[in-house]
Design a protein around this ligand. Sequence first.
Ligand code: PEP
Ligand code: MN
Length: 343
Amino acid sequence: MLIVMHHQATDPQIKQVKRTVEAMGLRAEPIPGSMRTAIGVLDNQGYVDDSAIRELPGVREVIHVSKPYKLVSRDFHPQSTVIEVAGVKIGDGQPRVMMAGPCSIESETQMLTAARQVKAAGGHILRGGAFKPRTGPHSFQGLGVDGLKFLSAAGREVGLPVVTEVMRIEQLDIVCQHADMLQIGARNMQNFDLLKEVGKLRHPVLLKRGMSATLEEFLAAAEYIVAEGNSSLVLCERGIRTFEKATRNTLDLSVVALIRSMSHLPIIVDPSHATGKRPLVPIMARAALMAGAHGLMVEMHPEPDKALCDGAQSLDPQMFAHLMQNLKKIEKFITTLDGLENA
Ligand code: PEP
Ligand code: MN
């Protein structure tokens, strides 16, 4: 439920509404806006009788929201949120952000080499997986804590913040010690206990869309994190399972535009996992920016053909540098286009 106050509503009136809601056993969260304040009502399990609220001074209207997500929606929070990861801003009005690096951290040297290549090409955030959610138990499972150390050292060395996946609650402490941003992978998008724990932290989070998740389920998963108090959250479309076998997944670009209109959170695209095919990655990266993505996550390996994980979709350093050059031009083009449309 959303309570919209009159624009001249006073502070005591807002407080009275908050007290009334709380007396009903519910949580009230004032959301100040540029024109008027709204008050989000949380923790209700079903329909709430609003008669006691409607009559209060200063209340303009009461909107019943039946969606499973509220805090992440623009109904509750009309202004776009900008997330900051160790000085790198992600969101509306910011330069598009490139997160790049190998799928898995394989050695100190591989990670440092990749870090230098990402930095030299103009990437903003370094990625690398230490805990890997592999489909089969016989595949490389990641270097674990050693990998985290190589990643954070490489990030420090070149001056880039780092993002890495966390799969279990027990890994949170150590991952937070080494990473600037926590990645929740597609396979854990509905690991609700993990989402809740991550929500209690203040570390920025990158939440990837589950491969079979609808948009509503994706936003409801994001809601778990924000509802616990952590609104430093970036969403990531990484392709969904469809009947199509020609690509690893099907990149759902419409969802980028939809999320931009439905949610105030930034949304980025991972064209590597979405396509599974190296030659397609730069093309879909461009498409993602044109669709409105606030950034990208791309796999890049110093020697993709020797990669222990996802080599076929990893760019080599030359391709990555070329993509970065191209993206800068596309970004300029988009800015011009937006200017023309708004003129
Ligand atoms: C990854 O980023 O390496 C990864 C495993 O991605 P996803 O969770 O999207 O499959
Ligand atoms: Mn991967």
